[in-house]
Design a protein around this ligand. Structure first.
Ligand code: SAH
Length: 359
């Protein structure tokens, strides 16, 4: 058996089948192995009791199953749990479990750090350290599901942890296919939401995917100038181009694109902003998710008052938009949006970040 990596947990079902077939094993052995790793969360070949001794020995001699290790598990007063996970190269990521929203939700990372440098996000301050592999993204979900006792229960996944999923397109989409596989956790794409700053070529590729997650766009501003200031990738992928891609995005019946809008006191939360936002979204099957800023040291913005938040939401509702205000969960343990950061990350310069992004 040969594999490009010795981590067999990186292989999707067709790759695993091919690998085993090359060594003379029937496809059902690949399905059994996949089930152990990705449905039951077992990483030790010795525990895979329905595989023959011979196959187990062969696997042990050549492969490992990489699995992120929990290095800390913090519980918030509201039930949210933040897990710090360590990867094979000792790098760390954070993943969050948010119970009863009403569903059970896992907030999952797609990169160590992030290259997007959004002005209000702590992860952006870390810079990009590296992409996660597909196996690491899947391993994160399996580790979370095991830790929360939800391996055989339904749950939702939001790709809203550290990182920009469309900047790590291939690994993210491979992970979604692996999570969707029948022999794995069989997670329906309807239970998965991909949140992005709006990398237009990525949106165009996504529009052609057979396996289509729900889409959330981090909009955050209503003019090109302000969006570029808050979300630097806007200089290359403008608000206008993103909204255009959204207009062309194929949506299933009754489904809509979520537009996330972080509210920054006195910056993008005025009635004019709200009216402009409603106008920009006209003609798009949209819903708006307002996220009052989760303030943090080093973030030069403030959270608006509840009355400003309500006023903004009301203007959108008056224009027949569906609006929700995201309740921040886990703020006491820094598990809320934009608060995920692992100490020790070094900030790259904005120019380096843009170079990475444009690559
Ligand atoms: N890269 C993806 C996922 C990021 S996190 C994206 O940009 O969509 C999910 C959401 O949290 C994004 O909308 C992000 O802009 C928002 N966010 C980041 N920092 C925040 C903060 N400090 N307070 C509130 N929301 C924040």
């Amino acid at each position: 058996m040969t594999s490009p990596s010795s981590d067999i947990g990186e292989l999707d079902p067709p790759q695993l089948e091919r690998l085993l077939r090359e060594s003379g094993y029937e496809p059902f052995h690949a399905r059994q192995l996949y089930r152990w790793m990705h449905r039951h969360g077992v990483a030790d070949f010795d525990q895979m009791t329905n595989l023959s001794k011979e196959l187990r020995a062969e696997l042990k001699g050549r492969f490992t199953v990489g699995r992120p290790q929990i290095v800390s598990d913090q519980l918030s007063t509201d039930g949210t749990r933040k897990l710090v996970l360590e990867l094979g190269d000792r790098r760390r990521i954070e993943s969050v479990f948010i119970p009863d929203t009403p569903a059970m939700t896992f907030c999952v990372s797609t990169q160590v750090g992030c290259a997007m440098s959004c002005g209000f996000c702590l992860t952006g301050k870390m810079g990009l350290v590296r992409h996660l592999t597909a196996g690491e993204i899947v391993g994160q979900v399996v580790t979370l599901a095991t830790a929360t006792g939800l391996l055989d229960q339904p749950f939702n996944i939001v790709l809203m942890g550290m990182g920009e999923p469309l900047h790590n397109y291939d690994n993210t989409m491979k992970a979604l296919r692996m999570l969707h596989a029948e022999e794995g956790l069989a997670i329906s794409p309807r239970r998965i939401t991909l949140s992005t700053v709006g990398i237009v070529p990525g949106l165009e590729r996504l529009a052609r995917e057979p396996l289509m997650p729900n889409l959330a766009i981090s909009l955050h501003a209503t003019t090109e100038e302000q969006r570029t200031a808050l979300v630097p990738p806007n200089a290359k992928y403008s608000l206008a181009a993103i909204l255009d891609a959204c207009r062309r995005f194929p949506l299933k019946r009754r489904s809509r694109i979520t537009f996330e809008y972080v509210l920054l006191n006195g910056v993008n939360d005025t009635p004019e902003d709200a009216r402009r936002l409603a106008k920009l979204l006209s003609g798009i099957k949209a819903k708006v998710n307002l996220i009052p800023l989760n303030a943090a040291p080093g973030i030069p913005f403030e959270r608006p008052s509840d009355s400003r938040i309500d006023r903004f939401a009301q203007i959108l509702a008056d224009r027949h938009l569906t609006v929700s205000v995201r309740k921040s969960r886990g703020r006491d343990i820094r598990a809320a949006c934009g608060q995920l950061i692992v100490e020790g990350g070094s900030k790259k310069s904005a120019a380096q970040q843009m170079a990475l992004l444009l690559h």
